[in-house]
Design a protein around this ligand. Sequence first.
Ligand SMILES: Nc1ncnc2c1ncn2[C@@H]1O[C@H](COP(=O)(O)OP(=O)(O)OP(=O)(O)O)[C@@H](O)[C@H]1O
Ligand SMILES: [Mg+2]
Length: 445
Amino acid sequence: MTKPCAEKILVVDDAVDTLEVIRRNLMHVGHQVWTATSVQEAVKTLETKPFDIVITDFRMPKTSGLDLVRHVRENYKHMEIVMITGYASIPGAVTAMQTGAHEYLAKPFTDAELLDVVHRAAERIRRRTPFDAPVATSDHNWGLLGSSPAMQAVFRSIQKAAQSSATVLILGESGTGKELVARAIHYSSKRRAAAFVPVNCGGIPEGLLESELFGARKGAFTGAHESRAGFFQTADGGSIFLDEIAELSMTMQTVLLRVLQDKAVFMVGSRQPSKVDVRIIAATNKDVENLVSKGALREDLYYRINVIPITIPPLRERGEDIPLLIRHFSARYATELDKPAPQFTDRVLHNLQNYPWPGNVRELENVIQRLVLMAEGDSIDAADLPELMRFSAIQPESGLRSLADVQAEHICNVLNAVGGNKSQAARILGIDRKTLRDKFRSANA
Ligand SMILES: Nc1ncnc2c1ncn2[C@@H]1O[C@H](COP(=O)(O)OP(=O)(O)OP(=O)(O)O)[C@@H](O)[C@H]1O
Ligand SMILES: [Mg+2]
């Protein structure tokens, strides 16, 4: 189990031996440490975990540590940054601080100096008030972007939720950012120093779920030679994210209801309840009221969970967020691919804003990633877009458009009109769902 004071730290340096020394020192005092040998690798690693502190070398062969500082400042506002340099010079330090590094460590440094700097960063994290950045802007909040009124309302709900430990239910279609919202709540709450534990309720076989969630005592079943902590014990003092809550069987729903009522869990094989202090954040992309009325979700569990509901609207209902997200993802993938960020023509922006995005932000992110990867020049034109997004791209002088063009536009219009419901759209279009799916697949191929 992680120590409550342990910080998640990413150390970036092209010198592998320096990395190793730093890693060992930090792990020795209980931190969790990951390493990367380049800015590109660091950018990728940052996406996999919610880090607290980034320690980066200044001079690295391909991309400078300053670029990483900028990237972290832009995308992960809450992270503390420590810049290391072998060329300790006042101008370098000034630039680093102006770019957003909090601390500066000159090589060679002693173990004590390193631990001191990290300790100060950890202290700042603990003292910081939730969301110290102004919220009512298009600012980055834990990697969540959105200037639309709908997203601003989501930010306010996150802030409110962060002030208590009440159970949260996050609703939203697939790819709308439910997990990001859950993380934002945890990392801006008082629980941030303890663990955030995501659990995909549909991804664990029914027979294992109980011991995975609540742990198992030694001897509980064959092969259980040691007592093992479950997700709830790991999340003690922190938050557990129960994703796809509707996938829980009726039996597990009953067990979970008891946990919520008693604030205690029973390890498999134990008759003694053990108290846990865990904040529950649940999510589903299903129509939750429909599930309750069908009897697939226990009504009493629904009421227990739905203390603070947060609904994330689908992307097609907040088109004003699209340019912001495009800029964000293209800058991110350009940095990752070590290319200049391409320009998007007005026409492209127009088409992307009018596309219904059934896969929401995740789909947009994938499309932008591919466009940046494939870009040859410095701008992206409508002709570069996937077929379904290319409608009206090339308006011939005669005004006579191609069948593919008209078809793509029509499909998008119908999908927009039925709120992204693909079955309904297919029915109206007179094609089967599979044909429609294939059209989207070719749009995202
Ligand atoms: N508002 C946003 N700003 C920036 N990135 C976002 C936003 N919303 C979603 N994303 C990105 O889109 C992707 C999908 O987000 P996430 O996994 O949180 O969605 P989800 O609602 O949990 O999806 P699913 O229901 O499929 O599990 C992630 O890569 C996430 O970083
Ligand atoms: Mg998810």
